[in-house]
Design a protein around this ligand. Sequence first.
Ligand code: NAD
Ligand code: UD2
Length: 323
Amino acid sequence: MDERGGTILVTGGCGFIGTHLCHALVNAGQRVRVLDDLSTGRAGGIPEAAELIVGDVADPVAVGEAMAGVDGIVHLAAIASVARCNDDWVASHRTNLTGTLTIMAAARAAAPVPLPVVWASSAAIYGAARALPIGERTAPAPLSPYGADKLGGELHGAAAADLFGIANTALRFFNVYGPGQDPHSPYSGVISIFADRLSRGEGIRIDGDGGQTRDFVYVGDVVRALDTALDRLMRRRRLRREAAFDAVNVCTGRPVTIAVLAETLRALTGSRGSIAYGAPRPGDIRDSVGDASRMHRLLGLRAETRLEDGLRALIEARPAKVA
Ligand code: NAD
Ligand code: UD2
């Protein structure tokens, strides 16, 4: 977070990842402005010192207002659930792709050099990759409108760097977890559901045989990746380096089976909640684990938080434990 100064715009700053990022930025003495439509985010979660503009990331007027006087952008606003995007295809396309373009177009308008943008892509662009771990050179093959829009954003991002000089870095998050993730939505991630239910002494259900794997990355590590990537772009801008587009996996490189996850959480919560097995989720991806080496090469980072430590932090941050 260096001697950066200035104001950072965080779109989607009231969401799960955005809230953690805003706190980290403000704690480091950074001025922060948030643009969020509060569709899934909570205004009360961000630090008091952060300025909040309630508005739509696909609305050029709201984006223009939010971008006035800023020095760098972290773009996280999205309809982040694959299932919700399936249910709401066109509306999610507007937020997830038009929103990204609207941010880039406003970044382009900054004089004399376009503003740098670090933004959230997703492992969903890879679809069901055949070779593991999944490196950035893996041919993208998204299986959902959500993944297609994230990939579309990357294609625009690459063109925007070449044609318009917009330096931008797409961070392809794998499965992010940590305190503050909503466990009660039909679209909630497996860790938030399991941690919530087990902490209350309730049972959980594994979809399928539990042998499917995911690369779970702790939100604190994701925040460091966002911050470091933005620092890098802002420094390059000051040095008048040529604008480039980069895509980087944000992952641990370590696969965890859902069965092991369930047992680990049961042990950490001390819960007597049962673990049942059900039918596999239709269309579920069997294995997802990223190659983290590019993140290390480009950003000098590794996702260091061990799963047990991240899960413990999540459990301890819960308001009450009745295991
Ligand atoms: P989230 O739903 O908690 O946060 C998204 C935020 O964007 C919310 O505050 C929401 O109110 C806001 N938003 C939605 N539509 C908007 C619009 N049209 N205009 C302005 N604000 C809008 O999700 P999250 O988990 O914090 O995800 C943040 C980003 O990371 C998203 O781009 C998501 O696609 C991406 N991502 C997340 C994960 C994960 O595991 N959580 C994995 C891969 C990628
Ligand atoms: C995640 C994201 C999705 C997309 C995708 C990219 C969430 C909720 N989903 O989907 O939006 O970014 O990654 O690849 O963040 N499971 C159970 N029991 C439960 C809930 C889940 O067994 O109660 C299983 C589920 O069937 C799957 C695994 O846990 O095999 C992970 O499920 P998830 O929904 O947390 O995440 P994923 O990777 O399917």
